[in-house]
Design a protein around this ligand. Structure first.
Ligand code: PLP
Length: 380
């Protein structure tokens, strides 16, 4: 791989791979099921705007974010179509959400009160989707509170203040096929759907599937699936299969220019705390990325890096801005590209390898790449 002049580090985002992943995911869906591209948290660190555009181009018909601010930023940048956001906090911009035609999730009565008040001010109905807690135990309305929420939403709909466009929920353990909570949540979801529909809700979309359920559980697809991690070419869990098994390709490649290569004697301590001591005379390479850039400090002494065709490991502590690899006597030129992770088919490690090295999940590896690392979008 060629070095890019003047670039300390870069996260290359392959939009052709992203579009391919959208198509691969869509090919698993029946004709009545649409695909939502989940682009929260700056598209899992990949850049929300270019990713949203590429996903829509490849056939996603919905976009999803966590916060309303993320959704409003996409609208402000000119992104049209259906756009849902689900993590609302009291005082959030409901009014702007109505004006921007967002589909806004409502999990409880406080939210319904705020959204109806905003709708009165704006003078048109808000599109809302009622969220059921079918067992995740996080956001969403408990089954015991569902009749009250559904009733209040229908009253607001009759008053022209809201349109209930969706009924939805989220899985706790979809990445563990066969986990008893999956069937239990589906049962509860069907029951809560039946209740709302009998009460008079006519939802345009019913949805519960994340990436893992999209890949492994067709009966959970309903009208819409919400895929995040799989869009980015990462398996929701290594136990489910590799990206390749699912026809997915990792989208992000994180690389840096080797900033310094130097000879050191045996017994030389490396980086803070001297947790690594050179076992013999060797060469060290300085990689100008650190925990401020999202390189997990927990991957100290373990994180894998491809330098000049050879797999190396982090030597010693990851610092805020930099870490060191032991090059074993090799002397690549400063400016040589070091690849921390990528698709994995050119000898480089993957985000999953870094997750294992740091004791976390690949979601966290890509999502935490810091704002100091430029995203370079290719194949747009
Ligand atoms: C993040 C998120 C998703 C996407 O999950 P993946 O496992 O990345 O596919 C779907 N739905 C909700 C509510 C989410 O918060």
């Amino acid at each position: 791989m060629q070095t890019s002049a003047g670039l300390r580090a870069r996260a290359e985002v392959d939009l052709a791979a992203l579009r391919g992943n959208v198509r691969a995911l869509r090919s698993r869906l029946g004709p009545g099921t649409a695909l939502m591209a989940v682009v929260k948290s700056d598209a899992y660190g990949h850049g929300a705007l270019p990713v949203a555009r590429a996903a829509l181009e490849a056939g996603a018909t919905w976009l999803g974010t966590a916060t309303p601010h993320e959704a409003l930023a996409l609208r402000a940048a000119g992104i049209g179509g259906r756009l849902m956001c689900w993590l609302w906090t009291p005082g959030d911009p409901w009014r702007e959400g109505i004006e921007a035609d967002l589909d806004m999730s409502v999990s409880g009565l406080w939210a319904l009160r705020e959204v109806t008040a905003a709708a009165r001010e704006v003078g048109r109905p808000a599109r809302i989707q009622l969220k059921a807690d079918t067992g995740l135990g996080r956001n969403g309305c408990q089954p015991a509170d569902w009749p009250e929420l559904v009733g209040a939403a229908l009253t607001a709909q009759a008053a022209g203040l809201v349109e209930v466009t969706g009924l939805w929920s989220h899985f706790a353990c979809a990445d563990e096929p066969g986990h008893p909570s999956i069937a239990a949540q589906l049962d509860v979801f069907r029951g809560m759907l039946a209740y709302a529909e009998k009460a008079g809700v006519r939802p345009e979309v019913r949805h519960i599937a994340n990436s893992a359920a999209t890949l492994t559980l067709p009966e959970a697809h309903f009208d819409l699936v919400r895929t995040g991690i799989a869009l980015y070419g990462i398996s929701p869990s290594p136990g489910l299969g590799t990206p390749e098994d699912f026809g997915l390709r990792p989208v992000m490649t994180l690389s840096a220019s080797v900033a310094l290569v130097k000879q050191v004697p045996e017994g030389h301590g490396v980086s803070y705390g001297h947790h690594y001591v050179t076992p013999g005379e060797t060469t060290l390479g300085l990689i100008p990325l650190g925990y401020a850039d999202g390189i997990p400090r927990h991957a100290s002494d373990r994180g894998p890096v491809l330098v000049d065709g050879v797999r190396r490991r982090v030597a010693g502590r990851v610092a805020m801005d930099q870490f060191v690899v032991d090059l074993g006597g090799d002397t690549p030129a400063p400016g040589t590209t070091a690849v921390l992770f990528g698709p994995g088919d050119r000898g480089e490690p993957t985000a999953e390898d870094w997750a294992r090295a740091a004791g976390t999940i690949a979601y966290e590896i890509v999502t935490r790449i810091g704002s100091r690392v430029p995203r370079v979008h290719v194949n747009g």
